[in-house]
Design a protein around this ligand. Structure first.
Ligand SMILES: [Zn+2]
Length: 211
């Protein structure tokens, strides 16, 4: 299959050899975050971690992952997120879950990019993947809103804990592709905590840095 569809670096499209997940050049030049810079504050979450800055090749790659859709990127992304969580969060976690997209958006893309990323992260961390959240209404894309207040209002009440989801007493790793204002992750963390979760740790492939 690799001969017909050679694997490409998710960040620069260079053809990859062997088992590598991204090319050597991206490994040295991508905007990697180190130490404390990988963490940011998200309300209701114990931590919010990401290995990369949401800029340049990273932003373009995530865009290609979602539109028109390159589900194969998820493996590399998931391993990078898992590595970052292992480095920055030396505490036990019980389950991995994700920020859902509305069915309308999923339909358009043909795959659930958040779930796919969470599944790869869970596999790398050897943790179970659980479906805990539902999106109750279609919201305008957060990226179209510029103000933090607008983003918060946009997501307020947009998510709910899935009926029957077992989150009580659980330490959850909540995955999204990008953290920008943190409003979506914070709203999801809030309702998971309200449903009895013991702790919510957020992780994303990349975070937008304030200038
Ligand atoms: Zn590359």
């Amino acid at each position: 299959m690799d001969l017909l569809f050679p694997r490409k670096c998710p960040f620069c499209a260079t053809i990859l050899e062997g088992e590598e997940l991204l090319c050597g050049s991206c490994q040295s030049t991508l905007p990697w975050l180190m130490g404390q810079a990988r963490e940011r504050q998200v309300d209701f979450a114990a931590a919010c971690l990401s290995p990369l800055t949401y800029t340049g090749a990273v932003r373009d790659s995530i865009h290609r992952y979602k539109f028109p859709g390159n589900p194969s990127y998820a493996r590399c992304y998931g391993l990078l997120v898992a590595q970052c969580v292992e480095d920055q969060w030396p505490h036990p976690l019980d389950q991995v879950t994700w920020v859902p997209v509305s069915w309308r958006r999923r339909e358009k893309r043909g795959f659930d990019q958040g779930k796919r990323l969470a599944a790869e992260t869970a596999a790398a961390l050897k943790l179970p993947l659980t479906d805990t959240l539902v999106k109750r209404r279609h919201t305008p894309q957060q990226s179209r809103l510029t103000e933090t207040a607008q983003r918060r209002a946009n997501v307020l009440g947009a998510y709910a804990v899935r009926p029957g989801a077992q989150v009580e007493g659980k330490r959850l790793l909540l995955i999204d592709d990008v953290v920008t204002s943190g409003a979506t992750l914070s709203e999801c963390a809030r309702i998971l905590m309200q449903a009895g979760a013991r702790e919510v740790v957020c992780a994303a492939l990349a975070q937008a840095r304030k200038k």
